[in-house]
Design a protein around this ligand. Sequence first.
Ligand code: NAD
Length: 494
Amino acid sequence: MPLSAQTPNISWNVNPFIDGKYTSSLADDLVDNINPATESALCTFSQGNAEDLDVAVSVARRRFEEGKWSRLPPAARAEVLQNLADLIEEHKEELALFDTLEMGKPTRAAVFDAGVTAPNKLRTTAVHVMQLLGQSTPLFDQTVSFNMFEPRGVVGLITPWNFPTVNAITKLAPALAVGNSVVLKPSEIAPSSALRIAELALEAGIPEGVLNVVPGLGETVGAALALHPNVDLISFTGSTRTGRSVMELCAKSNGKPVILECGGKSPHIVFQDTVNLDYVATSVVQTAFANSGQVCVATTRLLVHRAVKDVLLEKIVELATHIRPADPLDEKTEFGPLASPAQRDRVDHYIQAGIADGARAVVMGAVQRSGGCYVAPTIFDEVDGSMPIVREEIFGPVLCVQGFDDDAEAIAMANDTPFGLVATAWTRDCGLARQVAHALRVGSVTVRTGGEEEAPSGIVLGREPQGHSGYGAELGVEGLKSFASLKLVTMMGA
Ligand code: NAD
């Protein structure tokens, strides 16, 4: 049955999921859960409050101390994560439907997220947790020191709305794998898939109260989580501004550590020796406009050598002009609406600002201002590095193009941003590639030679963002370490 036909059967239940069951929020005020494809309300739910959150933290702490999860051997936890991966795969359409209706992701992409990306992340984490090994060293004749990785305790997770199922799993997998108890606060724009994942986790074998989800607003539930004195770590993904505020709240409470994965303004750098410009054009369009540009690692700055700029830009314009935003429930749709009216208005504001600042719109995307948050791609040429459209994260389908004359200028332009998430460099020159990989101030560099190869979907190595993009390793074994506590044990005497 197509997903669109299943919509009327959904019974919405956006309530705190604590200690293995749904409870009622203790807050009175309600928020609308808006479908951005129509701008009508799917349901209402409570905005949540500090009391809801406090109940969840107390339960998480009690379950942590009981040790049914925290004291399991890693292999046993890994097995449960594998079970959860299977269940998520089995329920991929249900999870995808929540994400499509709540934030407008085309169902085809949403089913891929829930059916491939999320289970892959759980399965690789289940392998990585077995590789989380400490070091040991003999000191004197009868003395030895060794490391142990232990769970931190109660971990607070705060997630955005752009990949609701995957955002939740990206944090839940490492946090649970090392034995923590968790309180997850999903985005108020798309809370339902995280709640469903918590139900499936119970079925997979995660004991009651180890994975708790408290939906609600950022300023109510999110802030209370960051401020809670009985939470041992916060892992946050979202905007740089909110990330800074979360840091302040953590410092004000118990000084708990924070892992921040924030915004980006990532470059594609196309050097003069790049071949296969048709393929480069396709890749640029894909990475700038996938998920309607609402991707932290979207490469929304195109820096291109002037020798190939006109040819490449013509190809990109041709492809982008044909992208038509459409109903995300239609299985043929590749480009849906933006996630919310606020997001549509924000992107619209940046497009108008770009024009007012003198950038040349070589593709001008139409903005639908009511009855659906649809915004088609826009491409600005002749921008300069001081314009807000180049410096700030727009988080929508807007690509800025800048030309350069030599390699050093390209590197300087790429680094002329407060963000430092990812970068892609196109060249066949090995020496240049190595130089660029060192010189770029980002957490992850991809070098592409122009060969037509898909980007890997299951990244298994860690990375750490830089600058306004945050800090603390995520992904891979290094990412797991962020969620664990490193202990040194020294044993002396016979
Ligand atoms: P956001 O910062 O508005 O919200 C993120 C989360 O924080 C939400 O759950 C929100 O409710 C919560 N929140 C809001 N105010 C809070 C407060 N005062 N205290 C505690 N929590 C609060 O971001 P968004 O609009 O949901 O997501 C878009 C942003 O996320 C973009 O900047 C994007 O780059 C970033 N992002 C980054 C990555 C990454 O891996 N680096 C991945 C996805 C999204």
